[in-house]
Design a protein around this ligand. Sequence first.
Ligand code: PLP
Length: 399
Amino acid sequence: MNERFTGSFTQQEPIPDEGIEAALRVMRSGRLHRYNTLGDELSEAALLEQEFAALMGSTYALAVASGGYAIATALRAVGVRPGDRVLTNAFTLAPVPGAIASVGAQPVFVGVTEALVIDLDDLAAKLDQADVLLLSHMRGHICDMGALMALCDGAGVKVIEDCAHTMGARWNGVPSGRHGVMAAYSTQTYKHANSGEGGLLISDDAELMARAVMLSGSYMLYERHLAAPGPEVFERVKYVTPNISGRMDNLRAAVLRPQLARLRDQCAAWNARYRVVEEGLAGTPGLTVIERPEAEDYVMSSFQFLLLDWSEEAVNQVVQRCADRGVELKWFGGAEPAGFTSRYDSWRYAPSERMPATDRVLKGILDLRLPLTFSLEDCALIARIIRAEVRSVHNQASG
Ligand SMILES: *Cc1c(COP(=O)(O)O)cnc(C)c1O
């Protein structure tokens, strides 16, 4: 009898009790809007920003309505205008090119390597096409940040980091999001902290952050922030920066604060699960496990592996056979977007040229989530199922 997995790949943990209690306090107060404070009361949203800046080591932080909104706000703050071109990853999720399109700009896609990071050679070749790189640390894979920053600094290209999958990760000891001029995080349910929807933006640049605060819809209440620049900086931007409302409310902030306080432990728990799957899949014929560089201190709340140069039919068989045994694999190589997977050529509002080396990698990427509701035993079982099904399809194909 074949083993079957019965867990849910979309089931996250409950909100910690302190978060639930804090949310109840906010609701009982009726003061859900971040600027609705009594006297010298500090709002949950302002406290969240202060704590997030401390956690990341940034000077400033801003809480907003979503990760996608945080990215679009960063693009606006650095001065991206309609018609501009913005470099970004070919391997990412739809909200990334979507944020670029939301400001009327055009994505210029940069390829992906077999290590699932941005292709620095392709980036070097395209650096003269834009003034901004929106770098997506897609699925938690971090490229050589030293090399990337040297390239971008050399060309005068500003880097905005999309850290939706790297909250808590580091490169060479530096937190992910601390290399570029601004970094965006998501607190949507499937990311590393869960407020249903939500986003965070960090920066050390006073003027960029003052613009971001104004953009997020602070009216003239910016002095109620605890992780924003001083009023003199706002004086320079406040009449020329539009209000594009996208604030975070106190309810979401209340739910998030206790989660951020335990982020380190959560990251360790994800990585323990990742390593069990990694060990379970190592050495499977036909399957490539992603090598992780020494300098990368990753946080893997999902797992990727490659079936490089497999036929579409064989990949579909693996996906189907794993699904039959309860293991939900997402394939980034499908010609049509399915669920959250899509390819750069699926975003037809953003014209692109074919990238054969990137297409080869995308065609081979399989992806699964590893929510913390899975035990280490669950992860070992998932790996055994994938290994067995990959092996039998591979044997059929080669035998
Ligand atoms: C989720 C996600 C975002 C956007 O976050 P939302 O909070 O859903 O808007 C951006 N980039 C990547 C890579 C994501 O996975």
